[in-house]
Design a protein around this ligand. Structure first.
Ligand code: NAD
Length: 550
């Protein structure tokens, strides 16, 4: 409970999104805080306020308008915003995150209303620590940072990519109860190569081309150093960096600071989890699978590396584990005769003749699973899915590219072309599909199943590093959490309504590993078993419930 002296009064508290309760301020609070006359007389319950928000939301003409409505609420009243999100997660998540957030980023400079987070541009080199000092909340625990070069499947959106860190951090709070004031979105603005943005007079970012020289690395290094000085317990999540930077920044920093890359490691874990759950339907072990990836970027390589790590952990030799993962990128099948491959692709360049047609690659390699993550819509054609269905009793087809329009095939196509046998998951949500007398429910391989829980575990233990084992543990836990009923419907992820429970369980696993491996910067409790850590973790989760001011 806040004391009187700390509280802003009058219109100041109404304009403070952290403390504002709007029409829910009680009579006593209105007297205490000088609010008499500043609000209509009716004292509304939070439930009534939620009803009003939803009523207005449903009247909006399109999803972008719904996004603006919700973000405006977040700027006015965070508690109510999170109440609406948590109580209506299946409806709201696609509005505050993918796919709608993609549209919001594309329109960012045109729908911009209020600032949120920190903008650190090349112009501020040498002053990053000072900028962090301007952040109004003490000691943030989770920072999501992007340079806007590869926003979802939409490419370079420059500073307009800020919608992504904001959206991801909303999910940290909604899905894992990280306190809103512990979340810091950061845009590292190093320019953009997007001509449309550079020609847009309203574009809000630096009006210059992307920095590719040493100044880029210097800004990133200054930012990471400044975070270590100002906010030493903060977890840093790298988000939507371009390929050329994402892998090397992760490699450079992961062993030095508490940092991970969600596009690589979070995607790896969520896809591995979907695969492990799918195997409960198809039968067979992970080590028996042959997986063909369409796309060898952060998502593809991240998933491949996670699958390899899981197999190694199960005792499979590394070479054999890598042989199970094949990649098809813009040049065709990734084979050992290809030259000038970037380091992350080299371990997956296997001995084989070159192939440039995906259907031909499926015919030759006979995969048990195909995973699409190249942002090329429609490449899982009828021919490809039919071939997969001839090769496998239950073909695994994951069309992970975002947003929805970029999916490699739709849920309906995957089910129809496989006569209902495909085990299908996608990156963006698809509605259930009626096929004959069956209803099939596609799973959404949403990273939100993994990163909020990993973040909560990192915060709870104040871990100094985020390890691969933490992501493996998260993936396995998530796969175990898929019920037999969900599987019977074809769904390889639990419903989003259980996400806060899942996040708490993942956090307990992550914290347990941090304590066991001596990475935690908090004194270990006597029993570091995940089950014993769980109640304490649950207790520290933010609940969107108004405080009483007295
Ligand atoms: P990226 O830019 O790092 O990689 C894209 C890859 O696709 C590159 O390897 C590129 O060579 C390849 N590619 C491009 N055009 C191709 C073509 N014509 N044929 C074959 N390959 C081609 O992007 P990323 O981070 O790997 O993301 C890729 C997609 O996956 C995006 O749409 C993204 O939204 C989606 N994604 C989904 C999830 C999820 O479902 N949870 C998570 C992360 C990313």
């Amino acid at each position: 409970m806040a004391t009187n002296q700390e509280l802003p009064r009058g219109v100041k508290i109404l304009h403070d999104p952290v403390r504002n309760k709007g029409t829910a301020f009680t009579d006593a609070e209105r007297d205490l805080l000088g609010l008499r006359g500043l609000l209509p007389p009716k004292k509304c319950s939070a439930a009534e306020q939620e009803q009003r928000i939803l009523e207005n939301l449903h009247k909006k003409a399109n999803d972008l308008e719904r996004y603006i409505h919700l973000v405006s609420l977040q700027d006015r009243n965070e508690t109510l915003f999170y109440r609406v999100v948590v109580n209506n997660i299946e409806e709201i998540m696609p509005l505050i995150y993918t796919p709608t957030v993609g549209k919001a980023c594309q329109q960012f400079s045109h729908i911009y209303r209020r600032p949120r987070g920190l903008y650190i541009s090349l112009q501020e080199r040498g002053r990053v620590r000072e900028i962090l000092g301007n952040w109004p909340h003490r000691d943030p625990r989770v920072i999501v940072v992007t340079d806007g070069e590869r926003i979802l499947g939409l490419g370079d959106l420059g500073a307009a990519g800020m919608g992504i860190p904001i959206g991801k951090l909303s999910l940290y709070t909604a899905c894992a109860g990280i306190r809103p004031t512990d979340c810091l979105p950061v845009m590292l603005d190093v320019g953009t190569n997007n001509e449309n943005l550079l020609n847009d007079p309203l574009y809000l970012g630096l009006e210059r081309r992307r920095e590719r020289g040493p100044a880029y690395d210097e800004l990133v290094a200054e930012f990471i150093d400044a975070v270590q000085q100002e906010f030493p317990y903060a977890l840093i999540q790298l988000e939507d960096f371009g390929n050329r930077n994402a892998f090397r920044l992760l490699e450079h920093y992961r062993s030095r600071v508490c940092l991970f890359d969600d596009d690589i490691q979070g995607t790896g874990a969520v896809a591995l989890s979907g695969l492990l759950a799918a195997l409960r339907l198809t039968g067979g072990a992970l080590a028996d699978q042959r997986i063909l990836f369409f796309g060898a970027g952060q998502a593809g390589i991240g998933i491949g590396e996670t699958i390899v790590a899981a197999q190694i952990d199960e005792g499979v030799p590394e070479e054999q584990a890598r042989q199970a993962c094949w990649f098809f990128d813009s040049q065709g099948l990734l084979v050992d005769s290809r030259e000038n491959l970037p380091p992350q692709k080299q371990p997956f360049a296997h001995k084989h003749q070159p192939i440039t047609d995906l259907a031909e690659a499926v015919r030759m390699l006979q995969p048990t699973a195909i995973i699409g993550c190249a942002g090329k819509p429609g490449v899982f054609s009828e021919e490809v899915v039919t071939l997969m269905s001839e090769l496998n009793e239950r073909p695994i087809v994951f069309a992970l590219s975002n947003p929805t329009a970029n999916a490699e095939c739709t849920a309906e196509q995957a089910y129809r072309w496989s006569e209902g046998r495909a085990v299908f998951a996608s990156g963006s949500p698809f509605d259930p599909v009626e096929l004959g007398n069956k209803t099939l429910v596609p799973g959404q391989g949403n990273n939100a199943y993994i990163f909020p829980g990993v973040g909560l575990g990192a915060v709870a233990s104040a871990t100094s590093r985020v390890t691969d084992e933490m992501f493996l543990a998260a993936a396995r836990l998530l796969a175990r959490h898929v019920s037999e009923e969900d599987l019977a419907l074809g769904r390889v992820y639990p419903p989003l309504t259980s996400i806060r429970d899942v996040s708490a369980l993942i956090a307990a696993e992550v914290a347990s590993i941090a304590y066991r491996d001596g990475l935690a910067r908090r004194e270990a409790p006597p029993d570091i078993d995940p089950a014993s850590l769980l109640p304490g973790i649950r207790e520290q989760m933010f609940q969107p419930i108004y405080p009483h001011y007295a």
